[in-house]
Write a protein that binds this ligand. Structure first.
Ligand SMILES: *[C@@H]1O[C@H](CO)[C@@H](O)[C@H](O)[C@H]1NC(C)=O
Length: 175
C-alpha cells in the first residue's frame, strides 16, 4: 500500500466517524419534549391522589395530539410505566394549537383496571407540548392517571374524613 492510500483510508475513517457522531447527535435531538407522568391504582374511585393510591408498574399509557377542529391525529406515542409507576415518553415536534392528552391503555392488575371516563378526567389529562407559551426546557410533566378498582375500599371513608380537615386555599393565602 502506498503512503497516499493509507492517508486516504485514514481520513476516510476519520470522516465516517465524524459523520457517525453528528448523526447520533441529531438522533437524540430529534425529539422536542420529554413527557413524564405517574399512574396510580385508586382504590377509592375518587380520581385524585389519596394516601391509599398506589403506583402501578407495567401499565400501558398513551399520548395523542390532534387538531382541534379537524380532529386529525398528529402524533401518538405509547409507553409503559417502570417499577415506580412512572412513564417516560420522547415527543417529536412542537404541538402548539393542538389538543394533546395522555390516556390509559391497559392495567396489569386485574383488580384495578377500570379506566375512568368522567368529564374532568379528560381535562386533567391535557398536556402542553409547545415551547411557544413561556415554558422553557424539554421536560413536561403530565397529571397523574388513575386506574380504578371495581368497588371503593372501606378504608376510603376514613381517608375522606381526614381530608376534610385540610386547610382551604384561602386560609393558606391569608397565612
Ligand atoms: C422511573 O421513571 C422515572 C421517570 O422517568 C424516574 O425518575 C425513576 O428513576 C424511574 N425509576 C426506576 C426504578 O427506574
Amino acid at each position: 500500500m502506498g503512503k497516499s492510500t493509507i492517508i486516504f483510508i485514514a481520513s476516510a475513517i476519520c470522516l465516517f466517524s465524524l459523520l457517525g457522531i453528528t448523526q447520533a447527535n441529531e438522533e437524540s435531538d430529534n425529539y422536542q419534549f420529554i413527557l413524564e407522568g405517574i399512574v396510580y391504582c385508586d382504590p377509592c374511585r375518587s380520581i385524585f391522589k389519596t394516601t391509599l393510591s398506589e403506583p402501578v408498574s407495567d401499565a400501558r399509557v398513551g399520548m395523542q395530539c390532534r387538531h382541534p377542529e379537524t380532529e386529525q391525529v398528529t402524533i401518538t406515542v405509547t409507553a409503559s410505566t417502570n417499577s415506580t409507576g412512572y412513564y417516560h415518553m420522547l415527543i417529536e415536534g412542537d404541538h402548539e394549537n393542538e389538543i394533546c392528552e395522555t390516556y390509559l391503555i391497559k392495567s396489569p392488575k386485574e383488580d384495578c383496571s377500570e379506566i375512568p371516563t368522567e368529564g374532568h378526567t379528560k381535562e386533567s389529562s391535557r398536556v402542553t407540548l409547545t415551547s411557544n407559551n413561556g415554558i422553557a426546557g424539554k421536560n413536561r410533566e403530565s397529571n397523574a392517571l388513575f386506574f380504578l378498582t371495581k368497588k371503593a375500599a372501606p378504608e376510603c371513608q376514613q381517608e375522606f374524613k381526614e381530608m376534610e380537615y385540610l386547610p382551604e386555599l384561602k386560609d393558606i393565602n391569608q397565612a
